[in-house]
Design a protein around this ligand. Sequence first.
Ligand SMILES: Nc1ncnc2c1ncn2[C@@H]1O[C@H](COP(=O)(O)OP(=O)(O)OP(=O)(O)O)[C@@H](O)[C@H]1O
Ligand SMILES: CC(C)(CO)[C@@H](O)C(=O)[O-]
Ligand code: BAL
Length: 286
Amino acid sequence: MRLIQEPSAMQQLARRWQRRGIRIAFVPTMGYLHEGHLSLIRVARRHAGPRGKVVVSIYVNPTQFGPHEDFTRYPRDLNRDLQLCRAEGVDAVFAPDDQAMYPGLSEGRYSTYVVEEKLSNLMEGASRPGHFRGVTTIVAKLFHLVLPDIAVFGAKDWQQVTIIRRMVADLNFPVRIVVAPTVREPDGLAMSSRNTYLTPEERQQATILFRAIQFARNRVRQRPTPAGQLRRAVARLVASQPSARLDYVAFFDSDTLQPVHTVQPGTHMALAVFIGKTRLIDNDRL
Ligand SMILES: Nc1ncnc2c1ncn2[C@@H]1O[C@H](COP(=O)(O)OP(=O)(O)OP(=O)(O)O)[C@@H](O)[C@H]1O
Ligand SMILES: CC(C)(CO)[C@@H](O)C(=O)[O-]
Ligand code: BAL
């Protein structure tokens, strides 16, 4: 397995593979890998085939974090991540540093961004202004460096993958986007690198995200429910946990992300909840 840190070296390697007709499957991550990430790597390997190459990027992208978010304390352990990637048969890990990815960012000399202008304003984008500008910019840059035929994203970040699909279509990136299902802990909590922030009491309460989705699913299977009414019921359920604070809950069309008035089976639900100081997200089709 190769470890590549220079963007130009990554691009040269990808171009060599491309010229030889080798298929490249790509998994972008922010590292601190868990089973959710590993499931994406396995999907990438299936799509690449035995003769294709699987590339994983590990990069905590500063431009998608707000000024008061957890960029500096985001968990990092490159050596552990490399061992996990090696065990999965990854061909190359791309782990650049900030200076290489955004020359002059801290001195205000970096000035080119990729912005999706509609879907990025909803849900996560409304709560985290500028977040998706950072995501689309880094993913566009990574696509130019890794030159993937396919790229795998997790359903856990449903809005993110929907925006990436839109960017790929709008800007004609020659890459196929594949979505892999959310991997959960046995009690339903979606795996996330941020789960490591939780105290044992918070960890128990964190199942409220999954339980809120199950609650809404059961409710709409009995009868279609007005979105406002269901939102209030979910807010009450979340408030039953002393450390939980609902940031948002949304009911929308899976493909367009447009909110619905009446929630029924098949409607998509997403929510963000602070558990103590840790902000967690989850979503699923109801
Ligand atoms: N539980 C999961 N199941 C499936 N895919 C996941 C899961 N968690 C993250 N992913 C996917 O892995 C990719 C990299 O995500 P990222 O490195 O931000 O992981 P994360 O654990 O979600 O971190 P965070 O704590 O920032 O939410 C994304 O496509 C994301 O959707
Ligand atoms: C896609 C991504 C790696 C871009 O930094 C990040 O948003 C993530 O880990 O989901
Ligand atoms: N998984 C999304 C990355 C972030 O929260 O910034």
